[in-house]
Ligand binder design. Sequence first.
Ligand SMILES: Cc1cc2nc3c(=O)[nH]c(=O)nc-3n(C[C@H](O)[C@H](O)[C@H](O)COP(=O)(O)OP(=O)(O)OC[C@H]3O[C@@H](n4cnc5c(N)ncnc54)[C@H](O)[C@@H]3O)c2cc1C
Length: 475
Amino acid sequence: MTTVAAAPPIALPIAPTPSAQVARRRRAFAWNLGAMLAIWSTSLFVVWLWVLGGGIDALLALDASSLNALGRLTGLVASNLLLYQVLLMARVPLFEKGFGRDALIRVHRLVGFWSLWAMLAHIVLLVAGYAAEAGVNPFVQLWEFVWDYPGMLLATVGTVLVIGVAVTSIRAARRRMRYESWHLLHLYAYLGVGIALPHQLWTGADFISSPAATAYWWTLWGLAAASVLVFRIGMPLARSLRHRITVTGIERDGDRGVTVRMGGRRLDRLGAEAGQFFVWRFLDGPGWSRGHPFSLSADPARGELVISARVAGDGTARLAGMKPGTRALIEGPYGRMTGAARDSRRLLMIGAGAGVAPLVSLLEGEDYAPGTAILITRDRSSADGLRQAAIADLVRFRGIRHVPLDGPRAAAGSAWLPRTHSAWGGPDVFRHLVDDLSDVDAYVCGPDAWMDAVCADLRAAGVPAPRIHTEAFSI
Ligand SMILES: Cc1cc2nc3c(=O)[nH]c(=O)nc-3n(C[C@H](O)[C@H](O)[C@H](O)COP(=O)(O)OP(=O)(O)OC[C@H]3O[C@@H](n4cnc5c(N)ncnc54)[C@H](O)[C@@H]3O)c2cc1C
């Protein structure tokens, strides 16, 4: 039963006023609009460059020059998308705030797929077109391209690198590799894109056809390179140095988890919000350079940074062995699963395993009346549960209702429920707990497949899709 104590020992959050909430939402909309406009307007600009270069006339000639015109168009599109691939993953605030991490990863996959096919089409079409014009065998033409045209040898190496990265990112291949190996290989895509570009500027008519075209490509290439340097290396280093984040305590958390507390200088200026995550590098010895994303498991407004991890492999296991005083390098804060996404006065939080971490920080940071927030947690056994003490405080002092659904997975029925609830449909569980599901914000965090099942049941139970907010703990 939920009890609400009279005098809470923990600081209650200051409720955002409705106008502050509207302003937060307007800002989020403006970032999203800006990000969409940047991508679409530049893509149209690139097609316009091709039209200006006589692309349509060449296409309608219906001879070898049509193949060349199409080859040039696919080359332009591929170059634009490849540079956007770099920009999308460079932690540029416009895209981080405009899309959020989950959507960014989806866009990155989609853009990666189309940029690869556009690049392959570009090669095949130009080889076929030039071979037809010169009346030579396409393989002879390909050989000539690689050896005789300026920058083409570099472009060939770049293409091979990009294809290698694409192949190892196919799900089946990706599952067979250690995350670290895959990530290291993935970084070769930067090199691939970087060395493929000179051939476009040396030989591509559309790239040097006008001062506007040349300025555009150099600017985009320069922006992509500078963004990686500034947002992935420079800014995280500068923030880490400025805030001097240091481990202050390490606690065992449940049977398979650990909670790390950190302090630092002027943490209020980090701009971190409950529900967000950082990529952390702890300077505790060899292997420190491998960053791991962990969400804040306590509201950062309380003056410290807290993360809670379920031990999965080397990176999480070493957290338990750290000593107070260990320095941390940070990248972030990232993530849009914050209070800004919220529309209603009531909250339904559903977390599996370590997914409970950002939900606890949100429940600590958000404003709600006692009895209007529900936290459903899902673990294999109750002894595994993370942040149990913080959850007990939330029940006691903020009046949340905690519904632990522990136990092995159900073999039938809703895939996210435990075996003990296999007779229940997932939507019925939600209807049983919340009387009006059209007026609740649902926050969901856990493994991908589990989240898909929860979200499907939330929608089936009547929660409007825009009120379901998620953060996946996988990439
Ligand atoms: C946005 C986000 C927030 C997260 N928040 C938390 C949290 O609050 N608490 C928690 O316990 N876990 C969290 N995770 C998961 C956590 O990052 C991984 O469990 C951890 O990195 C595993 O590292 P490992 O070396 O211990 O295990 P490994 O055995 O190396 O990997 C275990 C699994 O984690 C994935 N993984 C490994 N390294 C990374 C990495 N650098 N980035 C992304 N995935 C990786 C691998 O794909 C693998 O499937 C979060 C993940 C993401 C993407």
